[in-house]
Design a protein around this ligand. Structure first.
Ligand code: SMG
Ligand code: MG
Length: 390
C-alpha cells in the first residue's frame, strides 16, 4: 500500500532545505504537582532537556525551532537518560547533522541513521528542525499532517497509590476535571483490587485501561486474566520490552487487548510485533521511536493493519504536549491519548499557551510550528544550564 505520508520521507521529492545554525541545549527543572509512581519508581520532578536551533532559508530568513527530549533522569523507562541524551546529541548527533549539509526535518533521521539507538535524543533534534521549518513556512503541524480533528479526547495517567482509598480520591478528582479516560499504573500487588475498586467508582461507561511498564512475566497470564471482567480498553506493556513472543502468548491467554509501549521503537519492529500477534493496540510516542516522522509511519502502518493507536505521554512540557495534540488528531488515533492538561503535572508551564481541557477534550493547536509559544521569562527561571553547540 502507499502510505499517506510517504512524501514526508522521500528525500528526492524534498525541494526546500535549510542551513542549520547553532544548537542550544537547555536543561530545565520542573517540579511535579504531585509525585508520579510507576512500576519502575517514583518521581517528584522532571529534569528536561530542550533543544533550540535556528534555520536559515534560501532567502536568508532565520527562524527558531524548539524540540523537547523525553528521556527521563534515569534509564528506567528505556535505556536512554537525560545526561546521556545530552552527551550523544552534542558529541555524536550534531556533528553528523552538520556533515549532512542543508536539510529539512525529513533529512534528520537519514543523516543520523548510521548511529545506533538513542531515539529520544534523535527525536529532539528532528523536532527542533521540524518546528523551525513549520514556522518558516507558516504551517501548523496539524495541517502539515493533514489532521482533520480539531479537538482530541483527553486521557489521564494515574500513578500507583499505596492505598485503594487514596487512589479512589485521586481518580475522582480527575473524573471531576472531565478526563474521558482513566489509565492506572499497575504492578504486582497493586493491580486487580485497585482496578476493581476504580471500576466500581467510575461505573461501567468510563473507559479504563492499565499500564504495567514491564512489571510482569510470561507466567503471569492467569493472574492478568483476572482483569478481564473489568472491561478494560487494554493492558499496556505487561512484559519486558524485548519479549515480543511473550506478549503474543499473553494476547492469546488474556481477553483484554494487549497494547505495546516500550517494545515499539520503530515502524519495522511494530510491523513484526503486529504480525506475531503481540500488538493488538499500539501506544505511539514520538520520542520513543526516534521522532514525529517515524511516529507517522507507525500510525499509517497500524491503520493499514486495523490496529487502533493512541498517543502516549512522557510528562512533556507545553512543547511536546502541543506537538502530541496535533499528532493525535490524525484519523488512526481512535483511542484517547495520555495528553492531559499541563496542570496535571505542572503548576506552571514554559509556554504562554499551555494545553488545557474543556469538556474532556484538548484543542488541537493551529499556530505555525508545532503549536506553542515559549514563555521566555518562566523558561529562564526554571533553567538549570544552557550549553551552545556550534
Ligand atoms: O505524560 O501523561 C503523561 C504520562 C503518561 O504514564 C505515562 N507515561 O509508560 O506510558 C508510560 C509512562 C511513561 C513515563 S513514566 C515516568
Ligand atoms: Mg506506558
Amino acid at each position: 500500500m502507499t502510505l499517506r505520508h510517504d512524501a514526508l520521507h522521500d528525500n528526492a521529492r524534498r525541494d526546500t532545505t535549510f542551513e542549520l545554525g547553532a544548537f542550544e541545549l537547555r536543561r530545565i527543572a520542573m517540579p511535579l504537582v504531585t509525585p508520579f509512581r510507576t512500576s519502575f519508581g517514583s518521581q517528584s520532578a522532571r529534569d528536561i532537556l530542550l533543544v533550540r536551533t535556528e534555520i536559515t532559508a534560501d532567502d536568508g530568513t532565520v527562524t527558531e525551532g524548539w524540540g523537547e527530549c523525553v528521556a527521563l533522569s534515569e534509564p528506567s523507562y528505556s535505556p536512554e537518560y537525560v545526561d546521556g541524551a545530552q552527551h550523544v546529541i552534542e558529541h555524536h548527533l550534531i556533528p553528523r547533522l552538520r556533515a549532512a549539509g542543508r536539510l529539512d526535518a525529513g533529512g534528520v533521521a537519514p543523516a543520523l541513521a548510521k548511529l545506533h539507538g538513542h531515539p529520544m535524543a534523535k527525536a529532539a533534534l528532528e523536532m527542533a528542525v521540524l518546528d523551525a521549518q513549520l514556522r518558516a513556512t507558516g504551517t501548523s503541524f496539524a495541517s502539515f499532517l493533514g489532521a482533520t480533528n480539531t479537538t482530541i479526547p483527553s486521557g489521564v495517567s494515574v500513578g500507583i497509590h499505596d492505598t485503594v482509598d487514596d487512589l479512589l480520591r485521586t481518580v475522582q478528582g480527575y473524573v471531576d476535571d472531565g478526563y474521558v479516560r482513566i489509565k492506572l499504573k499497575i504492578e504486582p500487588g497493586s493491580d486487580i483490587d485497585h482496578v476493581a475498586a476504580v471500576r466500581e467508582l467510575i461505573g461501567p461507561d468510563t473507559p479504563l485501561q492499565v499500564d504495567a511498564n514491564t512489571a510482569y512475566r510470561r507466567t503471569d497470564g492467569r493472574h492478568l486474566a483476572q482483569l478481564d471482567p473489568f472491561d478494560l480498553l487494554l493492558i499496556e506493556q505487561p512484559l519486558p520490552e524485548a519479549d515480543i513472543v511473550g506478549h503474543a502468548l499473553l494476547a492469546a491467554e488474556v481477553d483484554t487487548p494487549i497494547c505495546l509501549d516500550e517494545s515499539l521503537v520503530s515502524a519495522s519492529g511494530t510491523a513484526d510485533a503486529i504480525e506475531l500477534g503481540a500488538c493488538e493496540i499500539a501506544n505511539i510516542k514520538p520520542g520513543r521511536v526516534g521522532g514525529y516522522l517515524e511516529a507517522i509511519r507507525i500510525h499509517d502502518l497500524c491503520v493499514a493493519n486495523n490496529i487502533p493507536v493512541w498517543c502516549g505521554g512522557m510528562l512533556e512540557t507545553g512543547i511536546g504536549r502541543a506537538a502530541n495534540a496535533a499528532l493525535a488528531a490524525l484519523p488512526g488515533f481512535t483511542l484517547p491519548g495520555d495528553i492531559s492538561a499541563s496542570t496535571r503535572f505542572y503548576a506552571q508551564d514554559i509556554v504562554t499557551d499551555p494545553i488545557t481541557i474543556t469538556d474532556g477534550h484538548v484543542t488541537v493547536p493551529t499556530s505555525p510550528g508545532l503549536g506553542f509559544d515559549i514563555d521566555q521569562a518562566f523558561l529562564d527561571q526554571v533553567t538549570t544550564s544552557t550549553h551552545t553547540v556550534d
